[in-house]
Ligand binder design. Sequence first.
Ligand code: TMP
Length: 239
Amino acid sequence: MNIEKKEQLYEGKAKKVYRTDNPDLLIVDYKDDATAFNGLKKGTITGKGVINNRMSNLLMQLLAKAGIPTHYVEELSERETVVKKVDIVPLEVIIRNISAGSFAKRYGVEEGIVFDEPVIEFSYKNDDLGDPLINAYHARALKLATAEEIETIKKYAFMVNEELKKFWDECGVTLVDFKLEFGKTSDGSIVLADEISPDTCRLWDKKTGEKLDKDRFRRDLGGVEDAYSEVMKRLLEHI
Ligand code: TMP
């Protein structure tokens, strides 16, 4: 693809975003930087940027085939991808199939309880406030999204869950929970944006229950790089 990388527009915790010579396209550049607890814990996961870039792009292409529109356009290099320019809806959309993380902590239950149906949660994407949990009424009151946009986001999020649950199961991996972000394109349509990676999903080995995601970094469990490589290897064997 003939595209020119222009100046950096934004640097987030895990990615940098660049303007291009095409006003409808951006380039994202995945870093090895890792943070947790709203940036309080900082570190490096060597090779993470390369894995997250590839994994996210492959999974977004899989989801596109299942009818979920995404921001993905083209992989440019090991760490760089061309994506559609969108206005990010400031909601972190979390789907949970099994209790873990903040759900287990907030409601005082153990991790590993398999839910009868998936749970959807929204957080207000606002670092200063620590991404507080909100519901659809809060989101509408705060004008973060319209009722129609929230319905579309919910529909796509559950579709993503069905596709990813099935795919990871074939890889011998249990999809415990994950976080999605959606964006609005210039024509106002909602597309899946951001990334899908071990940074944003809880992935447990189906047989042993071993954690194969960023919880190894968050909880100082060691073997972080190996876990990312392992899930990437399994994905490449089954995609
Ligand atoms: P939680 O249990 O900490 O709320 O996390 C739920 C899911 O969301 C988990 O798969 C990790 C992911 N996540 C992010 O992608 N970014 C974040 O900032 C947080 C807190 C969680």
